[in-house]
Design a protein around this ligand. Sequence first.
Ligand code: B12
Length: 338
Amino acid sequence: MSPLGQDELDHLLDIYASRAAFTAVDIGDQVVLSCDGGGSKMTGTDLLDLLESEQRLGQDILELWHIEYSYKAIKTILPFQQQVMQNVQMMCTAPVQYGAQPNLAFYSKPDGPAENWFELLPRGDIAGARAAIDEAMEHATKDFIYVGEGMLDAGADPADVLEEAKAAMTVLGDKFECEEVFIPELIMGGEIMKGIAEELKPRIKSEARTADRGTIVLGTVAGDIHDIGKDVVVLMLDVNGYDVHDLGIDVPIEKFIAAIDELKPQVVGLSGLLTLAFDSMKATIEGIAAAGKRDQVKIMIGGSPVDEQICAYTGADGWGRDAAAALRLAAEWTGGAA
Ligand code: B12
């Protein structure tokens, strides 16, 4: 596929920036489908046109996006999108992607309810600023849960809701790398993500199977304290009937070995997000082998930077991109269906 020329890029920008409800553009074999005008402008006919274009042009992803799912905007958009989602599910097989991005500034004055920390900080009111951020985070978490529950009501897979939230965390990570946000924002993002997972847990649990499918030990390897992704994996394995033992974060090799001794798991999962974690994973797997226990367990690794190459480097039996992959590996290794 040849790269787009400047004219075409400008044209695309016009489309994305336009207030039009739906636009289908045919450039070569591609089709760009865009819904940027907010929910209220899309009518049944637009939806049919969109689906027709999509099927005719072979596009299999339908995106329903709204950038700012926060505070004021969220409540009016969601019911509309729920309906669209239900229609889409009845009429075609296109996966529906929701966009949700946290913007804490929307929760502070003058638009939102919390005090504005950008005003409080220069006045030296650090405690007040901290309280205002906490308040904003509470609102943001509630709004995410509102969206999450709405998507579930409309028939979305609970795991997809968590994956959507994960996508927002990836954006945050990229911004951190470019020095657009800093550690406090990472912490806030982490808190929000944990809040979402916690709130969705009962909902996911009630929909999942509960058969006893085997024992799994999981932990974040030594030197790494990231646990949000590991917690999601633990949650998904747990609700799918595995007896999961979470060893926590920064887990030393000896603790994994002791857990294998005591709990006799079929599967051990190692999580890690730092580049440093690769060596820790390798050392953990070598430690398990040195303790004579390597053939007693299958070992899977995961975390955003992990791939096939890292899997080979560490000596793990498999790796997973997300909780669904962890579930597939566990099922394969314990002789069940994912
Ligand atoms: C939130 C966050 C934090 C929070 C963590 C809070 C917490 N309780 O976990 C805090 C603020 C504490 C933090 C600290 C640090 N962080 Co940080 N953090 C992140 C961030 C933004 C999001 C991570 C996250 O939670 N994602 C959401 C979850 C759901 O996704 P996930 O973890 O990928 O998990 C999924 C899959 O990977 C998979 N999975 C996960 N585990 C497993 C296990 C198995 C077995 C399987 C099969 C699958 C699997 O399934 C999960 C669900 O889908 C990432 C950015 C990123 N792109 O990942 C940076 C990031 C990981 N952090 C980074 C850094 C540098 C740090 C710090 C060193 C910063 C500092 N200077 O102090 C410290 C690390 C301290 C330490 N020793 O660990 C870098 C790492 C760079 C690198 N290559 O090493 C990243 C990539 C940011 C960046 N782009 O620079 N961080």
